[in-house]
Design a protein around this ligand. Structure first.
Ligand SMILES: Cc1cc2nc3c(=O)[nH]c(=O)nc-3n(C[C@H](O)[C@H](O)[C@H](O)COP(=O)(O)O)c2cc1C
Length: 345
């Protein structure tokens, strides 16, 4: 490696990024392990209280590891009471084994503590802040830049990339349709046609001139090399880290990733009301046709169900987020995964 374009964004020895993995998988230990192996890790802030985020920041700072933080950009309420209630009734039977009254669950909209989390990161800056689900407001961009952070926005189309560039961010995360977990689309009600990671990276880099982090579907070192050759400054992996020792993914999720009976991933909104890629399971089979869009209202509706099912080992009621490369997710130290992906660069 001669030119090191990723250094415009990350102070790491290699261009390998540990993608933010919200909901438990992306533990501080995983972020540290990725960095110790020469990569750059992102701590997910989504779903956490500001207090829990502050505790994770303190833990990582104490370790001396450079790291980034990922925030969910909140959107307006997207689902009316009648549509929400119809879906809550539709899935109600799934909650019964766990004593959950899903039909009567309230419709909850929230902004994931956006202002408090931005304030925290302005007071206690980190080298890089990334955003998903939309564009951050200009005031947040200005405050975080003044605090000294480089800013990245996840995009799923050239149009989103151009809008992010116009906001003045330092780089983009180009998320192809192969990616595990939620799509970062800025317009879940009008998603752009799905694009694979490689052409997306090429087109976003050409259209914006910004450094691009490629993410989605990486299954091994050849994919990392291909994406760098397509113009990526760095490559972020998510699914390949889910089964590692430092991952906080549940046992149910880890086992499902290795279950030979689970042969494919699909895009679904049945669990959270926002398109996400996960292993196909019975919940998706039953409810995808009826599932409306409506994030985070559907996320809140199904959260306790998913938690209870994961604890009970009932994978068919759990959101088993996974990218298309899931068959290559291995157990063992995360450092081994990072080294395996970067050894031949
Ligand atoms: C379990 C899981 C949780 C995720 N959580 C987040 C998150 O909190 N924020 C985010 O921007 N992306 C999140 N993603 C998407 C990843 O950051 C990344 O785009 C994706 O994992 C890349 O595709 P791959 O899984 O095929 O490597 C998540 C993905 C997974 C699999």
């Amino acid at each position: 490696m001669t030119a090191q374009p990723w250094r415009q964004l990350f102070d790491s020895a290699t261009p390998l990024v540990g993608a933010p993995l919200g909901g438990g998988a992306g533990s501080p230990a995983l972020v540290r392990a990725v960095a110790a192996a020469g990569g750059f890790g992102f701590l997910p802030a989504g779903y956490k209280t500001p207090e829990a985020l502050a505790a994770d920041l303190a833990e990582l700072r104490a370790s001396g590891t450079p790291f980034g933080v990922n925030l969910f950009v909140p959107g307006p309420p997207e689902i009316d009471e009648e549509t929400f209630r119809r879906y809550a009734r539709e899935i109600a039977a799934e909650g019964e084994p766990y004593g959950l009254d899903l039909a009567g669950a309230p419709r909850v909209h929230d902004d994931d503590h956006w202002a408090d989390k931005v304030d925290l990161l302005v007071r206690e800056p980190v080298p890089v802040v990334s955003f998903t689900f939309g564009l951050p407001d200009p005031a947040a961009v200005a405050a975080l830049r003044r605090a000294g952070s480089r800013l990245l926005v996840t995009v799923t189309s050239v149009a989103e990339a151009l809008a992010a560039r116009d906001l003045g961010v330092d780089g983009l995360v180009a998320q192809g349709t192969e990616a595990g977990g939620h799509s970062g689309t800025h317009t879940p009600h009008r998603p752009a046609p799905p694009v694979s990671t490689r052409p997306l990276v090429r087109d976003v880099a050409a259209a914006t001139g910004l450094p691009v982090v490629a993410t989605g579907g990486v299954a091994g070192p050849d994919d990392v090399r291909d994406l760098l050759a397509a113009g990526a400054a760095a490559v972020a992996v998510g699914t390949l880290l889910l089964r590692t020792d430092e991952s906080g993914a549940s046992r149910t999720h880890r086992d499902a990733l290795a279950d030979p009976a689970r042969t494919r991933t699909v895009l679904t909104r049945a669990f959270t009301g926002r398109p996400a890629r996960g292993l196909h399971n019975a919940f998706i089979d039953r409810y995808e046709p009826a599932a409306p869009l409506g994030y985070p209202e559907l996320h809140h509706l199904t959260r306790d169900l998913r938690r209870a099912a994961a604890a009970a080992g009932h994978a068919d009621r759990v959101h088993l987020w996974a990218g298309t490369g899931f068959r290559h997710a291995t157990t063992g130290p995360a450092a081994t995964v990072v080294q395996g992906l970067t050894a031949a660069l």
